[in-house]
Every structure is written in structure tokens, then in C-alpha cells.
Design a protein around this ligand. Structure first.
Ligand code: 3PG
Length: 433
């Protein structure tokens, strides 16, 4: 397979590749009149020391040490397949360049090459030495559970997104937060489009919501986290974090794709920030949705965990953003397992299932995605016919049904809020094939 002289600098056999000395990228490739191996070689060349033509300037040293190598190639047919490319560690300076440096190589020019009809970065595998350059999450699942008081029960956390997405003033936002917290949510977040708009300035909003949550604490003894959205230009995220923390925010939220992985990292690695970082993934579908092109959610999840996200939206198996195929569902399960598992000593990241969740399907999400999960609902709580508090109670009842192994329909017979929620939304799970 790798005998051709012209591809030799950019190919190797699997035995020649040391995982601890390379960042390994797995790509789905679809070439234009070229084989998957040729497609892989073009990527390896372009992203290391080659270009579109032979050049006379490459030294022996750079060919020997820096050429990326295709070392595994599985053909699905003559033009499509999956290739593994090893990028030698010397090609990077992650200490200086961080995640941008990694991405500009493993996910750089290759996406625009005309010889490729489609290309998707499926996975990345890192040497420990690279991962250890990152501090990762400060809290992780256990740290957040400790704050909320669920370390022992290890039940799923219930989150809500204040709705409407935008438009409430600080006082009304706080009133909704109070009702949700009294109904049993553990976590409240702003929506991904609200930051510091005139109708709801960040500082006033945090002050008002925290007054409401302090009241909840004195009335019930429960700690409910609130993460205001501080999504902004990467270089301004620490300024907004300062504002948020000065006004008592017990967590922070950032939209990772619009603000950048570096914004998450700046928050997580700043020693003065001692609250969890909730990571929203809006805009990810630009990269993750097309199964033949782009970047997989697994890669996004790995980078967010390295950057230090304590919680990350990874998708629902039922809901408005719910996955429609068993493969996609298994992908979410795999991603969530990665986030809860070992990763070169970094703390875990709490998976968040959010988007169109309501009490009729919360249980199904918990059953499939497990207990170490933040299950979140906006419309599914604030759209309850009896209001926000009843919506939160119904969500907790749905979660309890899953934990007790009782179907929601049956559980609803003696749980009024759930029964009313099911009347409105039903409990149809999804349309899996
Ligand atoms: C989110 O931030 O995940 C969405 O705003 C969810 O809102 P929804 O529960 O109303 O779909």
C-alpha cells in the first residue's frame, strides 16, 4: 500500500508510529478522482511540510522530523475511506500556540483542498505530554456535585435556561429563576444570546438572580448554581468574568465556538476565577452536523475538556435538537463516556443534555445517557400549563421515574405536575429508524 516513492515521506507503517510522539488525527475522506490513501497523503503533506508541488527548499531535517504520515487507511470504495495521520510532536508548539496551533494544523487548510470532495476530522488522540500542558476543568463532575450537594446521591442535575431567551429585565429574570429553583432545579443558565443587552444588563441581572437564589437557600437549604452568559470577544472574556464575579456569580457560561476555545481556557486557567465554567456549543453544527464533512463533536468535547470546560452541551437523544439515528445517539453516549472517563489526569466534564427537553422525554434521556448528566429544559419547564415551578417539579418527577425504572406515563398517575405536562407534550421519544 505504501510502496510508491512519491508518497514515502508522508506514509509509514503502524509499527513506526509512537502514539506518545505524535498527535494522531482520524479523518473520513472523500477524494475527487483520488484514492483515500492519496487523499490522506495530500492532507499530511499540506499540513506539515509539503504543498501543491514539489519544492526545492525542504531540508533533510524537516523531511525526517516533521513530515506527517498516513499510517492506516481503510477504503470504503475507490474514493472514500478513513485514514489515520500521525503529526509528529515537533510540528507543534502547543506551549506557545495552544489549541489554535493544534487546530491550524490538524484542521487547517485541508478543509478547503479542491482534491477533496469531503473531509471530516473524526477524532484526535494526544500524547500525555500535550494534554498535561493544559490544566483542564477546575471542578469537574465531582466538584460541581460538591457545590450542589449531590456527591452522595449522584442523581442527574436538573438545569433550566431562563426563557424567553431574551427580553426579560433583571427583576423578571430573577422572578423566573426563583420559581424554577423552588421547583427543584439545581442549575440555572442564561441563554446563549443574552449577554449585556440594554434591557437586561449583566451586573443588574446577576445581582437580582443571586438575591432570589439566596432566598431559595434560606427557605430550603438548597444551593442552586447560576451561570450568566459572558460570551464576548476572546480578549474581553476575563473583563466580563470580573464583572460577573464581583456581582456574586457562582458559575460562568461562555459560547465556545463564537468566543473560541481560548476564551474557555482563559477562564479555566485564571487563578482568580474559582467557579465552574459552563460551555454552550451553539454554532457547533456548522462543523459537526454533516456526517461527511467538518469536525466531529468528539473532537470539540476533547478540546473543551483540555481548555477547562466544567460542563458542556453534548446533545439529547430526544428533543428539538435530538438525534434521529441510532448511530448519532451512540455517538453522544460515546462522547459523554469520554467526558466522564480518564484523560491524562484532567478532571471530568459534566455532560449537558439540552434542547427541546420536556418532562415527557427527560426520563428517556436519563435512561440512555446515565446519571452523571445535567438534563436541562427551557420551554419544557417555562411552558408548563401551571407555570415555571410546576414545570421544574414535573421535570424532577420525570427524572425520578427514570431512576426508579417506572415508565413516565405510569409515574404520572400519582404525580400531578407530570401528568399535566404529559397532557401537553406527550412522551413520544423519537423517530429512530
Ligand atoms: C439551550 O441553551 O440549550 C436552549 O436554549 C434550550 O432551550 P429549550 O429547552 O427551550 O429548547
Amino acid at each position: 500500500m505504501f510502496d510508491d516513492e512519491s508518497v514515502k515521506p508522508f506514509t509509514a507503517s503502524p509499527e513506526e508510529i509512537e502514539p506518545e510522539k505524535n498527535i494522531i488525527a482520524t479523518y473520513y475522506v472523500e477524494g475527487r478522482n483520488i484514492s483515500p490513501l492519496e487523499a490522506g497523503v495530500k492532507i499530511a503533506a499540506e499540513e506539515s511540510i509539503g504543498t501543491w508541488t514539489e519544492i526545492t527548499t525542504a531540508t533533510d531535517w524537516c523531511v525526517r522530523n516533521l513530515a506527517a504520515k498516513v499510517y492506516d487507511c481503510r477504503n470504503d470504495n475507490e474514493s472514500t475511506g478513513v485514514v489515520k495521520i500521525a503529526y509528529p510532536d515537533e510540528l507543534f508548539d502547543v506551549e506557545t500556540g495552544g489549541i489554535p496551533n493544534i487546530l491550524s494544523i490538524v484542521a487547517g487548510n485541508l478543509f478547503g483542498m479542491s482534491s477533496l470532495r469531503n473531509v471530516r476530522l473524526l477524532d484526535l488522540q494526544f500524547p500525555s505530554e500535550v494534554v498535561r500542558l493544559f490544566k483542564g476543568p477546575k471542578f469537574g463532575i465531582d466538584g460541581i456535585r460538591k457545590l450542589v450537594g449531590t456527591l452522595e446521591s449522584r442523581r442527574p442535575h436538573l438545569g433550566t435556561i431562563i426563557k424567553p431567551k431574551v427580553g426579560l429585565n433583571p427583576k423578571d429574570t430573577a422572578a423566573v429563576a426563583y420559581e424554577a429553583a423552588m421547583g427543584g432545579v439545581d442549575f440555572i443558565k442564561d441563554d446563549e444570546t443574552l449577554t449585556n443587552q440594554r434591557f437586561c444588563p449583566l451586573a443588574d441581572r446577576i445581582t437580582s438572580v443571586m438575591e432570589a437564589l439566596d432566598r431559595v437557600r434560606s427557605e430550603t437549604g438548597r444551593t442552586v448554581l447560576y451561570s450568566p452568559d459572558i460570551t464576548t470577544e476572546t480578549h474581553r472574556v476575563l473583563d466580563l468574568a470580573d464583572v460577573a464575579l464581583e456581582h456574586g456569580a457562582p458559575a460562568l457560561m461562555v459560547d465556545v465556538i463564537p468566543s473560541g476555545f481560548s476564551a474557555v481556557r482563559a477562564l479555566a486557567e485564571d487563578p482568580s476565577i474559582n467557579v465552574p465554567v459552563h460551555v454552550h456549543r451553539c454554532m457547533h453544527a456548522v462543523m459537526t452536523r454533516n456526517p461527511k464533512h467538518g469536525i466531529s463533536m468528539m473532537v470539540v468535547a476533547k478540546l473543551v475538556r483540555m481548555a477547562g470546560g466544567d460542563q458542556l452541551h453534548t446533545g439529547t437523544v430526544a428533543g428539538k435538537m435530538g438525534e434521529k439515528s441510532k448511530d448519532a445517539m451512540n455517538d453522544i453516549i460515546r462522547i459523554n463516556e469520554f467526558m466522564r472517563g480518564g484523560f491524562h489526569g484532567l478532571k471530568t466534564t459534566f455532560p449537558v443534555a439540552s434542547g427541546g427537553v420536556h418532562p415527557g422525554i427527560a426520563a428517556a434521556n436519563v435512561e440512555l445517557l446515565g446519571r452523571d448528566l445535567v438534563i436541562q429544559a427551557g420551554g419544557g419547564i417555562h411552558g408548563h400549563p401551571d407555570g415555571t415551578r410546576a414545570g421544574a417539579i414535573a421535570m424532577r418527577q420525570s427524572i425520578d421515574a427514570a431512576l426508579e425504572g417506572v415508565p413516565v406515563e405510569e409515574y404520572s398517575k400519582d404525580h400531578e405536575e407530570l401528568r399535566i405536562a404529559l397532557q401537553k407534550w406527550g412522551s413520544k421519544f423519537s423517530d429512530f429508524d
